[in-house]
Design a binder for this molecule. Structure first.
Ligand code: ADP
Ligand code: ZN
Ligand code: ZN
Length: 726
C-alpha cells in the first residue's frame, strides 16, 4: 500500500504537494482520487496524481490526508496525463488545471445537495377548468408556452422571464400538474436523412475511413454547405463502432438549433455540457459520458476536459471561434486540447469552419491537416451576391446610407427579412459636449463610456461601471450633448422611424441577457414574417434563418485595418460569417457592405475572391514577418496599481533571461493596448520563436524567475501561451 501521495491542490503554486496516507484510511490510495487535505490554515480538495514510494519532505513536517473523497478514482489515467501535460504546456499551476478538470460539484468535499428539478406540464383535466381571466396575460402566456414545450422546470420558467407568482397562480388554479422528469427526447421524431452531395459524401468517407486512428481534418465549407450533415454522418459511423463522439460548439445559448439537430438525429444518446445547465445536471451528464451510457457529448469550451469511456471521434465546429480560448486563469485553447486528445485517444479530429483560422490553414499547408472542402451551398441554395457600397461623403442616418435603406425597403416589400449588422451595442459609443468638447470617459479605464439611452445610463463596456446619463455638460453646463456614432440601440430606433409598421428584432447582449430570451427572439424570426433583425456578432454565429435575404454590414473598416496583426483575420471571418446568413434556403440572398475604403486590397480580396484567397494573403504576410502561426508566441502579463510597478516587475524578468540567441525574441515591457482597466495598470512581455521547444524553455525560465521575485503588493501576473490578443 502506498504511503505517500502527490496531490494537485488548487492554489497558485506551480507544483504538487506530498502528503502522508495514514493507516486509518480504509481505501488504498490511487491516482485520480479526490482527497481532502490540510493546506495552511484551510482544508482543500485536491486530486492525487502520483503515489511515490518516498518523499523529499521530512516525515515530521509532512501532513496527512484528512479524508479520501472517492471509493475509486474520479479521474481516469488519461485525464491525469492531460492535466499534467496542460500544466506544463500552459505554464499554469497544476492544482488550478486539475480543479477545472472536475465538474463544480466535485470540487467540494461535501457537495451541496441540490433538489432534483421539478417539472410542470398542463394538467389532464384542463378542459374542465374555467378559462383564465382575460386580464391574466402573464398566466395565459405561460400556459401557452408550457403547452407548446410539453414540460418545463421551475428554473426554465424563471429563465423565460415569468415570476414565481405567475407560476404559483397557475399551479394553485389546477392548470398545471407535476412531473418528475423532462419529456424524453425520444418522443421527437428522428429527422429524415438527406442524401449527401458529392463533396459531402467525399468528406464523410474520408473521416469514416480514418476512424480507429489519429488523423486531423480541416472541413472547410462555405456557410450553408452542410457541414453539420457531414458531422452527423461521421458520428453515425463512429457509433457503429461502439465508440463515443465529442462535439465542441462555440456557444449553445446562441445556437439552440444546433443542439436540436443533434438531439433529433440521436434521440437517446446526447449529453450536453454548457453554462445553461445547473451544477447537478452538469455532473450527471459528465458521469453519463464517463461511464459510456451516453455516446455523444455536445458542449462548449470546457467539455473538452471530460473523461470518456471510449472516445472515437472529435469534432470542433466553427474552429476559428475565439470563445474556444479561455481568457482568464488557465488560458487553454479547447481547439488545441481537442487535437491533443485525438492523439492521446488515437482517433480522428475534425475542425470545421467556413472561415478557418490561419493556424489551421497553416497546418494544412504543412501537410499536417487533411483538407476537406465543401465549396457549394447544400440543398440548391446559392451563394449571396456581395455589393460594396462607397459611403464616403454620404449622409448617414445612425450609420445607414441610402442604398442600404432602399435595399431594406425592397426586401420587406418582397415579403422577406433583412439583417443589419453592427458590432457595437448600446445607443452610442461616445457622449460629447458640443460646446467645450468634453467626452464622457470611464474613471477607471482608458475608454469612453457607452450611452445606453433606454436605461438613461452611461456604461463602461470594459469594467461595468455605470453612471446616470447627464443632461448637461459637467464641465461647462451647456445643454447640447451629442451622441458620436451609432450602436445597435440607436440603429433600432432609427430603423423604427424609417419602417414604422415593421417589427424590428434587436439581438445583442442587452436584449438577450435573460436566459431563454434568445430562443424567444429566434422563434419570432422563424415565424418568417417580414421584419428587420438588428444585432451584433451574436447574429453571425451559425444561425439558419431561411427568410433572411438581405444582410447589411454597416461598419467593418475599424477591425479590418486595426493595429493588432490579428485584426484583419478576425474581421474578415466576422464579415463572411454575417454575410453567410443571407439566402441560406431557396431564396437568393444579397449582401451590402458599407465602407469608407472600398478600394482597400484586403476588402477587395475578401469580397471579390472570397475568404480563402484573403486568408492566404494574410498568411503570406505573417510568414514575411515571422508572426504566428508561422512562429510561436506567449505573453507574460502583469497588472498593478501603477504602470511603473507592473513594468518594473516585467523588466526584472527580462533582465534575468539570457540574451544573444537570435532564434527567439522577447519584447517589452509594453503597456497593454488599454493600459488602464478597472483602475489597474497593465503591461506585457511578448516571447516569440519559430521553435516551439525554445519558446517553452525560455518561458519556463521566465516563470521560475517571476515566482522568485519579490512582488510589490497587489501585483498580479500571468502567462498566456498561444495568445489570441495582446
Ligand atoms: P453549415 O453548417 O455548413 O453552415 P448546415 O449544415 O447548417 O450548413 O446546412 C445548411 C442547410 O442545408 C440546412 O438546412 C441543411 O438541412 C441543408 N442541407 C445540408 N446538406 C444537405 C443535402 N445534402 N441536401 C439537402 N439539404 C442539405
Ligand atoms: Zn461642455
Ligand atoms: Zn471602465
Amino acid at each position: 500500500m502506498p504511503k505517500f501521495v502527490t496531490v494537485a491542490v488548487p492554489c497558485p503554486l506551480r507544483r504538487g504537494f506530498d502528503y502522508l496516507w495514514p493507516d486509518t484510511l480504509q481505501q488504498e490510495a490511487k491516482v485520480g482520487m479526490r482527497v481532502s487535505v490540510p493546506f495552511g490554515p484551510r482544508r482543500l480538495v485536491g486530486v492525487i496524481f502520483a503515489t511515490p514510494t518516498n518523499s523529499d519532505i521530512a516525515k515530521q513536517k509532512m501532513k496527512s490526508v484528512i479524508k479520501a473523497l472517492d471509493e475509486s478514482p474520479c479521474l481516469p489515467p488519461d485525464l491525469i496525463q492531460l492535466g499534467l501535460w496542460a500544466a506544463a504546456y500552459y505554464h499554469h499551476p497544476v492544482g488550478e488545471c486539475f480543479q477545472q478538470l472536475l465538474p463544480i460539484t466535485l470540487r467540494k468535499a461535501e457537495p451541496a445537495k441540490e433538489k432534483p428539478a421539478q417539472y410542470w406540464q398542463c394538467s389532464d383535466d384542463i378542459t374542465n377548468l374555467p378559462p383564465l381571466p382575460s386580464r391574466a396575460h402573464q398566466q395565459q402566456s405561460l400556459l401557452a408556452v408550457i403547452e407548446q414545450s410539453g414540460r418545463l422546470s421551475r428554473r426554465q420558467i424563471k429563465d423565460l422571464g415569468y415570476s414565481n407568482t405567475v407560476l404559483n397562480n397557475l399551479i394553485n388554479g389546477g392548470y398545471l400538474s407535476k412531473a418528475e422528469a423532462p419529456l424524453a427526447a425520444a418522443t421527437s421524431t428522428p429527422s429524415t436523412k438527406l442524401s449527401l452531395n458529392t463533396e459531402q459524401d467525399h468528406a464523410v468517407k474520408a473521416i469514416s475511413k480514418a476512424l480507429g486512428g489519429f488523423d486531423r481534418f480541416l472541413l472547410d465549407g462555405v456557410t450553408g454547405s452542410g457541414k453539420t450533415e457531414v458531422y452527423l454522418r461521421a458520428i453515425e459511423d463512429c457509433l457503429g463502432r461502439g465508440e463515443q463522439t465529442l462535439v465542441l460548439i462555440p456557444e449553445i445559448g446562441l445556437t439552440p438549433q444546433t443542439l436540436q439537430r443533434f438531439e433529433q438525429r440521436f434521440p437517446t444518446n446526447v449529453s450536453t455540457l454548457h453554462s445553461g445547465l445547473s451544477d447537478s445536471e452538469r455532473v450527471q451528464n459528465w458521469k453519463k459520458i464517463q461511464s459510456g451510457e451516453h455516446k455523444i457529448l455536445l458542449g462548449t469550451r470546457s467539455a473538452v476536459l471530460t473523461p470518456f469511456h471510449k472516445l472515437g471521434l472529435i469534432i470542433v465546429d466553427e474552429e476559428h471561434d475565439a470563445s474556444y480560448k479561455q481568457q482568464d486563469g488557465w488560458r487553454y485553447s479547447a481547439r488545441d486540447i481537442a487535437v491533443k486528445r485525438g492523439s492521446d485517444h488515437c482517433c480522428p479530429v475534425v475542425l470545421g469552419s467556413a472561415t478557418p483560422s490561419l493556424d489551421s490553414l497553416h497546418n494544412v499547408a504543412l501537410g499536417r491537416y487533411q483538407l476537406l472542402e465543401l465549396r457549394e451551398r447544400a440543398g440548391g441554395a446559392n451563394a449571396p451576391k456581395v455589393h460594396l457600397l462607397d459611403i464616403r461623403n454620404e449622409t448617414l442616418d445612425a450609420g445607414l446610407g441610402k442604398s442600404l435603406l432602399d435595399a431594406t425597403a425592397q426586401t420587406l416589400n418582397e415579403g422577406n427579412q433583412a439583417l443589419i449588422f453592427l458590432n457595437r451595442r448600446g445607443f452610442s459609443p461616445q457622449l460629447q459636449c458640443h460646446s467645450c468638447g468634453w467626452l464622457a470617459n470611464c474613471q477607471a479605464c482608458d475608454a469612453t463610456l457607452t450611452v445606453h439611452f433606454g436605461r438613461r445610463e452611461l456604461r463602461c463596456h470594459h469594467c461595468g461601471a455605470t453612471e446616470t446619463l447627464p443632461t448637461i455638460c459637467p464641465q461647462c453646463h451647456n445643454h447640447e450633448l451629442i451622441f458620436q456614432g451609432p450602436g445597435t440601440e440607436r440603429l433600432e430606433l432609427s430603423l423604427k422611424q424609417h419602417f414604422p409598421d415593421v417589427p424590428i428584432i434587436r439581438i445583442d447582449r442587452d436584449t438577450t441577457s435573460a436566459k431563454g430570451s434568445m430562443q424567444l427572439l429566434i422563434d419570432d424570426i422563424h415565424t418568417g414574417k417580414p421584419c428587420i433583425l438588428v444585432g451584433t456578432q451574436m447574429l453571425a454565429k451559425g444561425h439558419h434563418f431561411p427568410d433572411v435575404t438581405l444582410v447589411g454590414i454597416i461598419d467593418i473598416d475599424g477591425g479590418l485595418f486595426s493595429a493588432d496583426f490579428r485584426g484583419p483575420e478576425r474581421s474578415g471571418q466576422l464579415l463572411i460569417q454575417v454575410a453567410g446568413r443571407a439566402g441560406r434556403a431557396n431564396k437568393p440572398g444579397k449582401v451590402y457592405i458599407q465602407s469608407h475604403c472600398p478600394d482597400h486590397p484586403a476588402l477587395q480580396a475578401l469580397v471579390n475572391q472570397g475568404y480563402q484567397p484573403f486568408a492566404q494573403q494574410l498568411l503570406a504576410e505573417r510568414k514575411l514577418f515571422s508572426l504566428p502561426p508561422v512562429s510561436f508566441s506567449a505573453v507574460i502579463r502583469a497588472d498593478a496599481v501603477s504602470l511603473e510597478s507592473a513594468e518594473a516587475f516585467l523588466s526584472q524578468i527580462i533582465n534575468a533571461l539570457p540574451t544573444g540567441d537570435t532564434a527567439w525574441s522577447i519584447v517589452g515591457p509594453l503597456p497593454a493596448p488599454m493600459a488602464r482597466k478597472a483602475g489597474r495598470f497593465r503591461a506585457a512581455l511578448i516571447l516569440q520563436s519559430e521553435r516551439r521547444s525554445l519558446l517553452h524553455q525560455h518561458l519556463h525560465a521566465a516563470c521560475e524567475i517571476g515566482d522568485q521575485l519579490r512582488k510589490p503588493q497587489n501585483l498580479r501576473w500571468s502567462v498566456d501561451v498561444d495568445p489570441i490578443d495582446l
